[in-house]
Design a protein around this ligand. Structure first.
Ligand code: ATP
Ligand code: MG
Length: 446
């Protein structure tokens, strides 16, 4: 188990080099698994440990996500751990109402690269990272953010309070919507029949061939995007990046996934947890951690959903490293870290002097969260104040003071509705559709 630094599933492909002994299993559309029960339809994503495929379950006549782990012992070990956690999750939530992914089945599959542990999970849709990209990093309407936050909190409350599990790698890639953004990508809504056999004429080149094909396809796609962007810049309509994308009609319910790094609060394996940008201060300082590390990451995710930008993107600079920059960014937004906390961790001496001041980054530019939301993201004063009131307690430097998921679910911000914003948004998108239509007519008439 390791602390994942970045899930590659949003970036290019998983890399052909990892398809070797101990690595990924090469899968093609129409391959069958577990004695013919599951048939692969298309690849959904990949991570450092696995590739994940949409598969058709011939026994239940439904679609599932098939996670096929790399085969080397350390990956098998990690899969066994993930299965243990997922089994506990499934056992405690028979009605699957707790906003956490459900494990349906598990089995082993032997292929040319070794024996792979496979997990069959309920099929879910796009990640919150894809949703943010779909919104062109402009941020979601606050009402949508509230809906998503409620689901994540229900999931966290279940994991923390009922099971004693800390996720430890909460980030937008690891929260999936219950259905796809594009209905054509949904095997049921698209109305397509499942693939039950290998498509004819499929080359034996397998994965390598697939890569070459994909590369060519990607290039072609980029060329098309280039053309449509150039068109848009001279007033055309194709793929105009200025037109705001509306989320109406997309189901905002979501579930927490990827339990490869999860642990029981009383059985922790490593001090090095969480993906950089979502990492809590006590993890950097090595002061010990508990459920509240997930609450910190949750606040970072909520901010990112609402603004389209990560809350903290630390970088190393002249004379200081990423960790110190991260601590500096936290303090600029949240105020000075109390001395006792700053100097209380096993790593504190690397970053703080005995007064509780950073050693190498001396001049901090403080800007409270509500001001930051107004100045940088053009929030109204009220929206900024209310949202900051929701987030700030979750970002308390004292982990034990952060509200629990259960307490957070009671916060009034989750139950306020932003009517004005909704009206303005729907009016403005209507306006944009009309403008688009008029341009379309002109174009068609040409
Ligand atoms: P990591 O490197 O993040 O630890 P991993 O190998 O453990 O990755 P996951 O994060 O569980 O794998 O899954 C990889 C990707 O597969 C996800 O980002 C997502 O795109 C897709 N995916 C995973 N589970 C599902 C699911 N149940 N339904 C649909 N897609 C899924
Ligand atoms: Mg992941």
């Amino acid at each position: 188990m390791s602390c994942s630094s970045s899930s590659g599933s949003e970036e290019e492909e998983e890399g052909v080099d990892s398809y070797r002994k101990g690595g990924y299993h090469a899968v093609r559309v129409g391959d069958s698994f577990n004695g013919g029960r599951y048939i692969t339809q298309r690849k959904l994503g990949w991570g450092q440990f696995s590739t994940v495929w949409l598969a058709y379950d011939t026994r239940s006549a439904s679609y599932v996500a098939l996670k096929i782990q790399k085969s080397a012992p350390q990956f098998a070990q990690a899969a066994l751990h993930e299965i243990e956690v997922l089994s506990a999750i499934a056992e405690g939530d028979p009605s699957t109402s707790k906003c956490v992914v459900r494990l349906v089945d598990q089995f082993k599959h032997t292929g040319p690269n070794g024996q792979h542990l496979c997990m069959v999970l309920e099929f879910l849709g796009d990640s919150l990272l894809r949703l943010t990209k779909y919104k062109r990093y402009k941020g979601l309407e606050l009402n949508k953010v509230r809906e998503i936050c409620k689901c994540i909190l229900i999931g966290l409350d279940y994991l923390h309070r009922e099971l004693g599990i800390i996720h430890t790698d909460l980030k937008p890639e690891n929260i999936l919507l219950v259905s796809t953004i594009d209905p054509a990508k949904d095997p049921i809504r698209s109305g397509r029949a499942p693939i039950l056999e290998k498509p004819k004429g499929y080359p034996n080149g397998g994965v390598t061939m697939n890569f070459i094909e994909k590369k060519l396809k990607r290039r072609a796609r980029r060329a098309v995007v280039g053309i449509s962007e150039r068109r848009a810049s001279v007033g055309g309509i194709g793929g105009n990046p200025m037109v705001e994308r509306c989320l109406n009609g997309i189901d905002m319910r979501c579930k927490v996934v990827d339990f490869g790094n999860a642990c029981w609060a009383d059985k922790q394996f490593t001090e090095e947890i969480q993906t950089r940008q979502y990492r809590a201060p006590e993890v950097i300082l090595r002061s010990g951690y508990s459920f509240s590390v997930d609450m910190w990451s949750f606040a970072c995710i909520a901010f990112e959903l609402a603004t389209g930008e990560m809350m903290f993107t630390p970088k190393c600079g002249q004379g200081f490293d990423e960790d110190e920059d991260h601590l500096a960014l936290m303090m600029e937004l949240l105020g000075k870290m109390p001395r006792k906390i700053a100097i209380g961790g096993a790593q504190s001496k690397d970053y703080f002097d005995r007064h509780g001041d950073l050693k190498r980054i001396r001049r901090l530019k403080y800007c409270p969260l509500d001001r930051f939301l107004v100045d940088k993201f053009k929030f109204s004063d009220t929206d900024a104040r209310e949202f900051a009131e929701f987030l700030t307690p979750l970002l308390d430097f004292a982990p034990e003071k952060r509200p629990t998921a259960q307490q957070c679910l009671q916060h009034p911000w989750l139950n306020t509705r932003n009517l004005i914003q909704e009206e303005v948004k729907s009016e403005s998108s209507l306006g944009k559709v009309e403008v688009g239509m008029s341009k379309l007519q002109i174009k068609v008439g040409k």
